[in-house]
Design a protein around this ligand. Structure first.
Ligand code: SAH
Ligand code: DHB
Ligand code: MG
Length: 230
């Protein structure tokens, strides 16, 4: 997370480590992916192991065959999500930065997911417009984790790429509690608040929010589902 790390060194961290050790153990591919991110000097903002496992379970619970991710970084969350897919599944992940996409591509290949994961390297808004223009088959699951300022715009686009029942998860919606500041000048927080407004008024989606603590500090997810065929 950007600042604060208000829970670092606390009981939240110990509990996170404890659950992660037992319920989301690392393995060679996950370790190698994180090591490659560190070596490349990428910011340490990948989802945590327990968050990755949550994404994996959610995608598996909805039997996801087609997964869309916005914000790849080094592909750590991509690997968790990719592992949740059936063998005939496909995951498309959107990344603006070619150097990051290269690192992710190697990490994803090392995890044995190279055949089923495609990285679209462009601003996400462009890739989403392209997918829409191509009338791709609807996605079953979407994970939105790129520039927070555009969160509402991305959810709006994802709805058009969805079917009734598509599950949408959005990362980093709490930001140390910054989300409650209606007067904020932080464009990331403004973007999250625009997303909450969208979910509140948009009858085609139903959502909730989950606050999280642990190794990435105090933050949270929005979890939503598309309720009407679009
Ligand atoms: N999902 C990853 C972390 C993603 S970090 C994980 O948990 O492992 C956010 C990523 O979004 C960064 O790599 C950043 O380059 C990318 N990003 C930022 N703005 C973007 C945009 N407009 N379009 C596509 N990707 C973007
Ligand atoms: C940031 C981005 C993330 O996706 C995240 O999970 C934490 C922090 C950031 O840009 O600071
Ligand atoms: Mg994130």
């Amino acid at each position: 997370m950007t600042g604060g790390h208000s829970t670092a060194g606390s009981i939240w961290d110990d509990v996170d480590d404890y659950f992660a050790e037992h319920l989301a153990p690392s393995d060679e591919a996950l370790d190698a992916a994180l090591a490659a991110c560190v070596d490349a000097g990428l910011p340490p903002i990948s989802v945590t192991p327990l968050q990755g496992k949550l994404l994996y379970l959610l995608a598996q619970m909805c039997g996801a065959r087609r997964i869309l991710e916005i914000g790849t970084l080094g592909g750590y969350s991509t690997i968790w999500l990719g592992r949740a897919m059936a063998p005939d599944g496909q995951l498309i992940t959107l990344e603006i930065d070619p150097a990051r996409a290269d690192i992710a591509r190697r990490n994803i290949a090392r995890a044995g997911l190279g055949e089923r994961v495609e990285i679209l390297v462009a601003p996400a808004a462009e890739s989403l417009a392209r997918l829409e223009a191509e009338h791709v088959e609807p996605f079953d699951f979407a994970f939105i984790d790129a520039d927070k300022a555009s969160s509402a715009v991305y959810v709006d686009a994802v709805i058009r790429l969805s079917r009734s029942g598509t599950v949408i998860v959005v990362d980093n919606v709490v930001r140390d509690g910054a989300v409650v500041d209606a007067a904020t000048e932080n464009v990331d927080v403004q973007g999250i608040r625009a997303l909450v407004d969208l979910l509140a008024r948009e009858s085609r989606v139903s959502g909730t929010a989950i606050q999280t603590v642990g190794n990435k500090g105090y933050d949270g997810f929005i979890l939503a589902t598309v309720t009407a065929a679009v």
